[in-house]
Design a protein around this ligand. Structure first.
Ligand code: IVH
Length: 672
């Protein structure tokens, strides 16, 4: 291919991918499969690597991130980012309308009602149709430059569509985390012993501040743009500008979903407010109110702004949905890291469409702050959290004989005295080696799919083995034999053999996952990966000092300290030695010719091949980041079919809509 052809192909692929990105993320109407999209993306990545002179900082390949920013530069906003005044009732809103009508008497005012998204405000500059810079709100005058992180958000265009946009302009909006993604993120954080985010807003703003943009790329962020700013507006009103921004490729509030609506008066504004007060729990994201804006730019100018907020817009905040009920008792859960979490047991009450029996109390400080007592009438509230929270006490109803609340001092499971580390909100049970839920929880984590992925074993098996005294630590797993397992209930020769085989196969699991499996506090999947790649093997990691550790991007002091503490304990070092002796991987495998081309895919091969042996194909699949699987299921992403693929398998694949390719197409995918 000549350089000129390469350049043309890069441009063609880029615009094609931009178009499909728009159809998928903005229009919600994809025309090609995810697989086809990824294939084109891989093709573009390869061309860009081969012809770096034509690579564009706004190429669709930049969505995956990769740039690391240690300190975000602080830059001044061209136009200050003001906030909004709030109202909480019809009366207050009515006063506001009267106030502005007085400022522009005799003029009819048209309003635009919008949702008030609960996320992090951002301001993005576009020049000649390309995303140039993105800033956080900061203090309103200056914000952090987080351009690389913003580029990873798929619903934010890197290049605009058509050619009707202004040569240079700023657009503002809200980055948020949809509820589904938020729950999934928190669930995996809990699994990893990390503190969950309090709400979707915190998780959105926290994500935007991460140093490694490839991690931001993995956070399920989305963004609504709601405000176009230019020196010389090409529109006469806000509504038209927002609709035009939609044409340029931005995700803007859609009138057809009633996310945006014009209104003439208080009654019409209230129709919108009431509709969303009632229906907001059906939205896939959080809102905390409605924003009402004067539509005409001319009227906006006449109304002007105070130092803090514009006079042409106002927020109406919803009351959080609350119920009153009785706090019957408090129970305590012990996690695998020994962290204790208090949970309120409530008299069942109906709240925002579900019956609530339990609520989170977070920690001892929170209970003290609320001055909670058993038997109190408490207010529970539902936000984006998975379980609702107790937000206050109705002191008027406090029983006269109630006693001050006492937080437990001993572990509810093993009666060991609890400890609380300085600066940490949670109490811990330090009895790591024999507190039952910790022992079981740690091994359950160790064998789990993302860790050692031991086939044949599940959480219940671990519980059963621990109870039977077969295992107490990870290393014990590797000396298990069929005869040890057979006497247990529900175990037969075959299942016992499967377990032993599964354990044995796990010895090949790569170092980064072994490191994650160890369950070191704050070392989740991604941190483990970073540490493994950075240090290469366990010996080097073991010897790393606090300073070495915080020098690694994304590794903060808390994680670093946790690692230093972990490796300072003899029982941990002994455990690692025992696992090493059992044959587990404690160094990064050097692989030549590998890539991420198939990262994350589960692939099934079937039939006989000409170019490769079956084993060669299997090795190549793993070398390029995918997993081999023996049978077709709904988790299969791709089938590589050779001669003589069974008709039953083909039918199953077709029924499930799994893509089938031949060995030559496969070779192309991995660049052979
Ligand atoms: S307009 C000059 N529209 O609310 C005001 N803001 O309290 C420009 N927000 O910082 C903002 N949804 O982060 C506007 N539809 C919406 C909004 C919205 C959420 C946030 C925004 C702003 C804060 C003001």
């Amino acid at each position: 291919m000549s350089p000129k052809e390469a350049q043309e192909q890069i441009q063609a692929l880029s615009s094609e991918l931009q178009h499909h990105n728009y159809l998928y993320y903005i229009k919600d109407a994809p025309e090609i499969s995810d697989f086809e999209f990824d294939q084109k993306l891989v093709q573009l990545q390869k061309l860009e690597a081969e012809y770096p002179q034509f690579a564009d900082p706004n190429s669709p390949t930049k969505r995956v991130g990769g740039d690391i920013t240690k300190d975000f530069p602080t830059l001044k906003h061209k136009y200050p980012m003001l906030s909004l005044s709030n109202t909480y009732s019809r009366e207050e809103l009515e006063d506001y309308l009267k106030r502005i009508q007085k400022l522009i008497p005799d003029e009819e005012i048209e309003f635009v009602c919008e949702l008030k998204y609960d996320g992090a405000a951002i301001s993005i500059t576009y020049k000649d149709g390309a995303l140039k810079q993105a800033l956080t709100r900061g203090d309103g005058t200056q914000g952090d430059e987080i351009t690389n992180n913003i580029k990873t958000i798929s619903s934010i265009p890197l290049r605009l569509r058509g050619n009707n946009y202004p040569a240079e302009f700023e657009i503002r909006g809200e980055v948020f985390m949809p509820l589904e993604g938020f729950s999934a993120l928190n669930k995996s954080r809990l699994d990893e012993g990390l503190e969950p985010f309090a709400n979707p807003r915190n998780s959105a703003s926290g994500s935007l501040k991460m140093q490694d943009s490839s991690l931001v790329a993995q956070r399920p962020l989305d963004c609504f743009l709601y405000f176009v700013m230019q020196d010389e507006p090409i529109f006469s009103n806000h509504y038209d500008a927002v609709m035009a921004a939609g044409e340029w490729g931005f995700k803007v509030p859609q009138p057809e979903k009633n996310y945006l609506k014009k209104a003439k008066d208080l009654d019409q504004i209230f129709d919108f407010i009431n509709y969303w007060d009632e229906n907001r729990h059906q939205l896939p994201f959080e809102i905390d109110g409605v924003v009402i804006k004067v539509n005409s730019y001319q009227q906006q100018d006449e109304l002007g702004a105070t130092a803090k907020s514009p006079r042409w817009a106002i927020a109406y905040k919803f009351k959080a949905e609350q119920q009153e009920t009785i706090l019957e008792s408090v129970s305590y859960q012990v996690g695998r890291t020994g962290a204790i979490t208090p949970v309120a047991n409530l008299k069942p009450v109906s709240l925002a469409g579900t019956t609530v029996k339990r609520a989170s109390l977070h920690n001892a400080d929170q209970i003290a702050k609320l001055d909670l007592r058993i038997g109190d009438s408490v207010y529970v509230e539902k936000g984006g959290e998975i379980i609702p929270k107790v937000v206050g006490v109705n002191f008027a109803k406090r029983p006269v004989d109630s006693l001050e609340f006492e937080y437990i001092k001993q572990c509810p499971e093993c009666q060991t005295d609890l400890i609380r580390l300085e600066g940490e909100a949670l109490h811990y049970c330090p009895n790591e080696s024999s507190c039952p839920p910790q022992v079981t929880g740690r091994i359950q984590h160790f064998i789990s799919r993302k860790a050692m992925d031991i086939e044949g074993m599940g959480s219940e098996t671990v519980e059963q083995f621990v109870k039977a005294g077969l295992i107490q630590n990870f290393a014990d797993l590797y000396s298990l034999e069929v005869e040890h397992i057979l006497p247990l209930e529900r175990m037969a020769e075959k299942s016992a053999q499967n377990i032993v085989d599964g354990i044995s196969a796990s010895k090949a699991i790569p170092f980064e996952r072994v490191l994650f499996a160890l369950g070191i506090r704050y070392v989740g999947e991604t941190v483990a990966k970073k540490l493994a790649r950075h240090f290469g093997d366990i010996e080097t990691l073991k010897q790393a000092t606090l300073i070495d550790l915080v020098g690694v991007p994304e590794i903060g002091e808390r994680i670093a300290q946790s690692l230093v503490d972990y490796f300072s304990r003899k029982d941990h070092l002994d455990q690692i030695e025992a696992l090493k002796a059992a044959g587990l991987q404690f160094e990064v495998e050097k692989q030549e010719g590998g890539s991420d081309a198939l990262a994350g895919l589960t692939i099934v091969i079937s039939g006989k091949f000409e170019r490769f042996s079956r084993n060669e194909i299997k090795d190549l699949i793993e070398l390029h980041g995918a997993k081999n699987s023996a049978s077709v299921s709904k988790n299969t992403d791709l089938i590589i079919a050779g001669e003589g693929m069974g008709p039953a398998k083909r039918k199953k694949a077709e029924d499930l809509g799994v893509k089938i390719i031949d060995e030559n197409e496969f070779a192309m995918l991995i660049g052979l």
